[in-house]
Ligand binder design. Structure first.
Ligand code: ATP
Length: 194
């Protein structure tokens, strides 16, 4: 692939929905978060590093990454979380680079919630941000995950403010109405990338 497009958005923005539309259009999408979840179990080198940092209990008896245990460990320990991320993020980057090489399409997409936070946009040809009003996003996540208003709001408050992301993004999709509108905006933007 010659062009890598970063696709991002905060919680409940609709970035996964947009990614599905993009796949329907025939372009491959790399889902960074999903891949990270796989890699922590598949990549032996990474497993060793994680165990060195967090201890053997980062993996359960059957050798599967214990997401819940790790989350509890790094919760309120920003230093440890940073160290964990410094191990996982480069592994995801390498996995992505290998994936890109296997894609024959001229354009591919990298879906990640942390595109701007990790400055991954600098390695992309263009960045696409999906955004929507806070209340709409909260409502959608409440419906999707059965979470409370406060719970979703707490996650949202920890993410980079939308106004900062809008400034950094090359293209912005405003997902405030329905799925038809979202699909139409997605198509316009994707086929408008030169
Ligand atoms: P997260 O970061 O939390 O995983 P996301 O950005 O990937 O969220 P989606 O999962 O794509 O967001 O969308 C959140 C929820 O809102 C989903 O249940 C999705 O089906 C729904 N949704 C997204 N856009 C619309 C829309 N325009 N109209 C109705 N429902 C929508």
């Amino acid at each position: 692939a010659r062009k890598i497009i970063g696709l991002t958005g905060g919680i409940g923005s609709g970035k996964t929905t947009v990614a599905r539309f993009i796949e329907e259009l025939g372009f491959p999408v790399y889902y960074s978060d999903d891949r990270a979840k796989t890699i922590v179990n598949d990549n032996e080198e990474l497993k060793v590093k994680i165990k060195d940092l967090l201890g053997e209990h980062a993996y359960d008896e059957s050798g599967v990454y214990d997401r819940k245990y790790v989350a509890e460990m790094v919760f309120n320990n920003g230093d440890l979380l940073q160290k964990l991320n410094e191990i996982i993020h480069p592994a995801v980057r390498i996995d992505f680079e290998e994936w890109v090489k296997r894609q024959p399409q001229y354009m591919v997409f990298k879906e990640t919630a942390l595109l701007f936070e990790l400055k991954l946009n600098l390695q992309c040809y263009r960045s696409v941000l999906v955004t929507a009003e806070d209340n709409i996003r909260i409502k959608r996540v409440m419906d999707r995950d059965g979470k409370t208003y406060r719970e979703v709001q707490a996650v949202m408050e920890k993410q980079m403010p939308e106004k900062d992301k809008i400034k950094l993004a090359d293209c912005v999709i405003y997902n405030n109405t329905n799925l038809e509108d979202l699909k139409e905006q997605t198509e316009k933007i994707i086929f408008g990338i030169e």
